[in-house]
Design a protein around this ligand. Structure first.
Ligand code: ADE
Length: 228
């Protein structure tokens, strides 16, 4: 898979992309990630990328020229791909959207800054608008990192053991949250690992885990409802 990240702050991605899992996956050629500075497509001595909104209002908007030129420039290099615009008004990211994105051959992630994008950018490019949650970040960069992280760990070979992605929370038909897990020691501060996990009876263990996952999912749903 190839992922292009279009941003005004390319330096934000340096340590993220070189980090353990992604760094190794990139070095092994499992994923090709490139970062492009939108400002490289701006004109004039000041290389302006943003301006005040017509009609008044706070903050600055990204101008259509540099953003559209940047997207089209990157698309000319390696094909159109699936264009994602990170914005709080987009469809809310969940594991099924992550799975959908992981099946694409190529994704282009467009990060905004300031108060948002000039509307014509959306009209011209028709991006898939995605939000990572109902809160406002100071830009799309952290949201793009969330997508790269969640998508790349689903790609064959990236995690090392495919089974662990399949057993994750929100995976599988039921979309269950993962239940409790334990490692050594068997007893810690008087708390014991449940006997069933030490039984060696794989059928019973699977049944117990499923039961706990259903329970954790139900409690989480209740909590979310109470918070609303
Ligand atoms: N940019 C600003 N806030 C965002 C959010 N919640 N999701 C995606 N991109 C954003």
């Amino acid at each position: 898979m190839r992922i292009d990240i279009l941003t005004l702050f390319p330096e934000m991605f340096t340590s993220f992309l070189d980090g353990s899992l992604l760094g190794a996956a990139r070095a092994a050629g499992l994923i090709d990630i490139r970062v492009t500075d939108i400002r490289d497509f701006a004109e004039g001595v000041h290389r302006q990328v943003d301006d005040r909104p017509f009609g008044g209002g706070p903050g600055m908007l990204l101008m259509p020229g540099p953003v559209v030129d940047c997207v089209e420039g990157v698309q000319r290099q390696a094909g159109a791909g699936h264009l994602v615009m990170l914005t709080p008004g987009g469809r809310r990211l969940d594991q099924s959207i992550v799975e959908e994105l992981s099946r694409k051959e190529r994704i282009v992630l467009l990060c905004g800054r300031y108060e948002g994008f000039d509307e014509r950018i959306k009209e011209i490019l028709s991006p898939d608008e995605i939000s990572i949650g109902d809160y406002v970040l100071s830009g799309g960069e952290v949201a793009a990192m969330v997508i790269v992280d969640a998508v790349s760990r689903l790609l064959p070979g990236v995690l090392g053991h495919e089974e662990s992605a399949r057993q994750d929370s929100f995976s599988g038909a039921e979309r269950l949250v993962e239940g409790p897990q334990y490692t050594r020691p068997r007893e810690y501060r008087g708390l014991h690992v449940p006997d069933v996990l030490l039984s060696g009876d794989h059928k019973r263990i699977a049944a117990w885990r499923h039961e706990r996952a259903v329970d954790a999912t139900r409690r989480r749903t209740l909590q979310t409802t109470i918070n609303k």
